[in-house]
Write a protein that binds this ligand. Structure first.
Ligand SMILES: [Zn+2]
Length: 56
């Protein structure tokens, strides 16, 4: 999915027990709940691997 600021590609970034979506281009990080309504299938599939982690 795309960054809301620069349209760069967002990738799932895991740190400790938290998961973020981070833009490869500008580095902006999004919390999962901030973009929950915009997740595409590709991103959801990746996030499913982290269901044991805490989405804060
Ligand atoms: Zn960006």
């Amino acid at each position: 999915m795309q960054c809301k600021k620069c349209k760069g590609k967002l990738e799932v970034a895991r740190s400790c027990r938290r998961v973020r979506l981070r833009c490869r281009k500008c580095g902006t990080e999004y919390r999962i709940h901030e973009v929950a309504g915009d997740l595409d299938e590709e991103t959801e599939a990746v996030l499913e691997q982290y269901t044991v982690l805490i989405y804060d």
